[in-house]
Design a protein around this ligand. Structure first.
Ligand code: NAP
Length: 423
């Protein structure tokens, strides 16, 4: 676990804002003042455009919701190209320390060149801050969507962010490490692996699973959401994904007993009638689940999944409601949270004022909700719904709406701000 910094560390180049207060934690809960300092990282490509548009929309919503009593004191930290210019490195320690101090951050996408040496900065940031839960809400705002029941799609996916086959513990087939492992498996465990097989390791732990499930359960309780569905392929991968299922149920039934009815209990004790105010906890096998969110999206709400399944299902779920320009996300640890859109830097749109800022704005909504500023988030979501209903959209949506002239991203942002102001 990475600790939150209680007092300001020594920064190389950053200067703490003179106004505002840091977010703190008391008795296991976030304490957010009326003027919290929040870090933002513009990122690369379309990042600077969409982050500044997201901040403008968030500021307008906060002003409207709280009549000037609350505001965010934004504090810029650097990663990617801008950090390279300022620090000569892509992810300066200043940035990591700034987030550990302020606890909350909004980030734009960062470039990861294909086929060159450096690792994804996004992955590095998540690791350095131990942001173990990737939270992805998937909601429909009226945008053009391929699914005939897109309006029934409303999920929040909690994807484990640190373990599983994505932990990066793997060796190419012809490496000495793979050879050593094959030898160990053959001689010590009697398992034969082909000599031309690459090898990856799939760790899934009690610790990693339980902390994710706790986060999902707390979210479900706070937001009155049900069911919480554990997605796994435990029928085949019994001691990793099967264990994930069992440990997740343990959290639900041992730590959140008064809130929970499991699917088994539903039928054994309640004759299939869900008791008022309780959260149903069930589980589904991954391949079935990937079908069911298409055939019966209304049956699902909170989805808790290991890393790889979580990756697949969140992209599939976003596709149901029309894709990437609207897909928001947040990476969270026990308290720290870094909100960022699912999409990347879309380099061909950089600097052209055409990229859809909605995913970044909705990531900002996640941050606002996490802070408890739900009224501001609701204003933003209403404004997005209204703009789409009026067909005032950016080119990525307009191209699926016959006869609709696209707005520039800045014009679309202004439409949202106007709706917020007149709400
Ligand atoms: P991408 O940047 O997400 O862009 C792929 C396509 O998605 C774009 O060409 C565009 O589609 C559409 N798109 C993405 N964002 C959009 C927006 N806001 N508005 C409208 N359309 C949008 O994916 P990529 O080209 O694979 O990756 C580019 C770079 O981003 C890579 O360096 C990658 O590593 C990085 N990346 C970073 C993050 C992150 O920071 N978390 C995440 C993913 C990727 P059309 O061409 O159809 O218009």
């Amino acid at each position: 676990m990475v600790d939150i910094l209680e007092s300001p560390p020594e920064f190389k180049k950053l200067r703490l804002p003179e106004e505002g207060e840091k977010v703190t934690v008391k008795d296991g809960k976030l304490v957010v003042s009326d003027e919290p300092i929040i870090v933002y990282i513009e990122g690369d490509g379309i990042g600077p455009q969409i982050v500044s548009q997201a901040r403008a929309v968030m500021d307008a919503a906060i002003e409207k919701a709280y009549g000037g009593k609350r505001r965010i004191v934004w504090w810029e930290a650097y990663a990617g190209e801008k950090a390279m210019e300022l620090y000569g490195e892509l992810l300066p320690e200043d940035t990591v320390l700034a987030i550990r101090y302020t606890v909350l951050a909004l980030k734009g996408p960062l470039t990861t060149p294909v086929g060159t040496g450096f690792r994804s900065l996004n992955v590095a940031l998540r690791k350095k801050l131990d942001l173990y839960a990737n939270i992805r809400p998937v909601q429909y705002f009226g945008q053009p969507a391929p699914h005939c029941h897109a309006d029934k799609v409303d999920f929040v996916i909690f994807r484990e962010n640190t373990e599983d086959l994505y932990a990066g513990i793997e060796w190419t087939y012809d490496s000495p490490e793979a050879e050593k492992l094959r030898k160990f498996l053959r001689e010590e465990l009697g398992v034969e692996i082909r000599s031309d097989a690459g090898i990856g390791i799939k760790p899934i732990s009690i610790f990693g699973t339980k902390r994710l499930m706790r986060k999902a359960m707390r979210y479900a309780i706070e937001n009155k959401r049900s069911p919480v569905t554990i997605m796994h392929k435990g029928n085949i991968m019994k001691y990793t994904e099967g264990a994930f299922r069992n440990w997740a149920y343990e959290v639900a039934t041992e730590e959140f007993r008064e809130y929970v009815v499991t699917e088994q209990e539903l039928w054994e004790q309640y004759n299939g009638e869900m008791p008022e105010g309780k959260i149903l906890v069930n589980d589904r096998i991954a391949d079935n689940m990937l079908q069911q969110i298409i055939t019966r999206p209304w049956d699902y709400d909170i989805i808790v999944a290991p890393n790889v399944n979580g990756d697949y299902i969140s992209d599939e779920a976003n596709a149901l409601v029309g894709g990437i320009g609207m897909a928001a996300g947040m990476n969270a640890g026990d308290y720290m949270a870094l909100a960022e859109p699912v999409h990347g830097t879309a380099p061909k749109y950089a600097g052209k004022d055409v990229a859809n800022p909605t995913a970044e704005i909705l990531s900002g909504c996640l941050l606002l909700e996490y802070m408890g500023w739900k009224e501001a988030s609701a204003l933003i979501k209403d404004a997005i719904r209204k703009a789409i209903a009026e067909k005032k959209v950016t080119q990525d949506l307009a191209r699926h709406m016959p006869g609709v002239q696209p707005l520039k991203a800045s014009e679309y942002t202004q439409v949202l701000i106007d709706h917020i102001k007149s709400a």
